[in-house]
Write a protein that binds this ligand. Structure first.
Ligand code: ADP
Ligand code: MG
Length: 485
């Protein structure tokens, strides 16, 4: 369904158009006609289906009709609250004077308090901090005429049920507000809450779409981490795609792969979720116009982008969330065309393979490089150090220690403290995420197991890339057994 059919105001439409969203997702199509009418809704729909926009558009439309309308969105985590706030800011940019505040723990109160004093139209926050404000009398919960509980099931899993109850008990009567609840599952607890605090909510379920990956040619290569990049070069040489997206699990890997591809003569660029908007748009435009043939991105960076109809999708890393496999490869073979998806399964991410194959109800066909006529290609980036600041250093080239680092310069040029603290906040979150990621990886150091399996107990380090295909088949099936059920 086209968003135009919803008769939204021009301000809201401007926000949607800015993001280039042509049509509504299934959950938007099903829920918006009801929620825009002011009715309570209880929505079950899986992650990534576009629920945020359902409540944001409802909130904005309500405000545009009544400038006294005040909305509250409760989300389980700080990260999610920040994400919702960012979406809200971005989609409301054409609504004049619209004020949004974000309230979460782990940071000082003063800035958030200040935000509130200035008068806000939309408050987004986590239960803990919101309750603090409620208790101290700093936030009047009766002022909200539209209330959203996002990821309700997760909030319960995190033990926020009592907090939510307290908040609701301090709000205006349910008949005098619109309440919307979103959840990946509608458990008994969620239903109880709906029964206790919502006004005859309409229950809407969006069944997960059938997983159809049949039209896509899927291939999988078992490779060691060292072999991955050379194999990618061989694949690209053979397939020679006009448009391809390469998915990595980390931002760092995305930078590395994109820069190394560039060194090897490919018109490649990386895409990141937290990239400056103008750079992000420029990269996308270049890709759409064919100035770039390869985009390297993480799942987060590619979310919500209309990059599809691709000739090739490469899972440079196996996605850790099995649903992302389908999201990724679904970007090829659109509209009945054939497409290709190649997955590189290395020892670090192979544990993600079983759940994927279970989810898509098939085994991804395994190929071996020397058996399918892949030529070896010289890697021109071999030995080069790719620095975070995106400059490429040749082997032996010394790091320039003189002069201010780009980073500190960037920091100086940042204007406004608010911007800076918001940014450092984000950085903190990202840092703690990547720490958790590293831990996870250490725990399952599959490579060590592999090496022992192949060489027996007494061998120290072996070069996995030199192991013959026949032997590799043995140990990769071994490693799959370990991570299988
Ligand atoms: P959910 O809350 O259901 O997990 P989100 O609201 O976070 O999902 O949306 C997932 C992604 O889809 C976001 O990147 C969002 O920008 C994008 N998106 C939402 N609606 C649309 C649409 N109509 N067309 C294209 N992308 C969309
Ligand atoms: Mg969501």
């Amino acid at each position: 369904m086209d968003f135009k059919e919803l008769n939204l105001s021009s301000e809201t439409m401007a926000g949607i158009e800015k993001h280039g969203f042509a049509s509504a997702t299934e959950v938007q199509e099903k829920v918006l006609p009801i929620s825009l009418g002011g009715k309570d809704v209880m929505v079950q729909s899986k992650t990534g289906s576009g629920k945020t926009l359902v409540f944001l558009l409802t909130i904005f439309e309500r405000y545009l009709k009544d400038k006294n309308s005040k909305a509250l969105v409760v989300a389980p985590t700080r990260e999610l609250a920040v994400q919702i706030e960012e979406d809200a800011i971005s989609f409301s940019s054409a609504i004049e004077g619209y004020q949004i505040g974000c309230f979460y723990g782990g940071v000082g109160y003063s800035k958030q308090l200040e935000e509130m004093r200035e008068g806000i139209n939309l408050a987004v926050g986590t239960p803990g901090r919101l309750l603090d404000f409620l208790k101290s009398g700093k936030m009047d919960f009766k002022s909200f005429d539209i209330v959203v509980l996002d990821e309700a099931d997760r909030m319960f899993d995190m033990g926020f049920y009592p907090d939510i109850e307290k908040m609701f008990s301090r709000m205006r009567r349910r008949e005098e507000r619109q309440t919307m609840l979103f959840s990946a599952t509608l458990s008994m607890k969620v239903r109880n809450l709906a029964w206790a605090f919502m006004n005859e909510p309409e229950e809407i379920e969006v069944r997960p779409e059938e997983v159809t990956v049949k039209e896509i040619t899927q291939e999988l290569f078992h490779v060691t981490r060292e072999e991955k990049f050379p194999l990618l070069l061989s694949l690209l040489k053979k397939i020679n795609p006009q448009s391809a997206i390469i998915f990595t699990n980390t931002k760092d890997a995305a930078v590395q792969v994109a820069m190394r591809l560039k060194v090897n003569g490919y018109r490649a660029a990386y895409l990141m979720g937290d990239m400056v908007q103008s750079k992000r748009l420029k990269t996308l435009d270049d890709f759409k116009e064919g100035k770039l043939t390869i985009l390297v991105a993480t799942d987060v960076a590619a979310r919500g982008l209309q990059i599809d109809d691709l000739e090739l999708v490469v899972n440079y890393d196996i996605p850790e969330d099995y649903e992302n496999y389908v999201h990724r490869i679904g970007r090829t073979a659109r509209a009945g065309k054939s497409g290709k998806a190649v997955t590189l399964a290395d020892e670090m991410y192979i544990y993600g393979l079983e759940p994927i194959e279970e989810f898509i109800h098939m085994k991804i066909p395994v190929l071996w490089p020397d058996e399918c006529g892949l030529e070896e290609v010289e890697d021109l980036s071999k030995g080069m150090k790719i620095r975070k600041d995106q400059r490429i250093r040749k082997p032996g080239e010394r790091k320039d220690r003189k002069g201010p680092s780009q980073r500190s310069e960037r920091r100086k040029s940042d204007t406004g403290k608010a911007v800076q603290s918001r940014k450092s906040e984000k950085r903190k979150i990202q840092r703690s995420e990547s720490k958790a990621e590293k831990k996870e990886v250490r725990k399952i150091d599959a490579e060590q197991i592999l090496k022992k399996e192949v060489e027996g107990k007494n061998v120290r380090r072996i070069n996995l890339s030199e192991v013959k295909t026949e032997e590799k088949k043995g140990f990769f099936s071994f490693i799959r057994r370990i991570f299988g059920k």
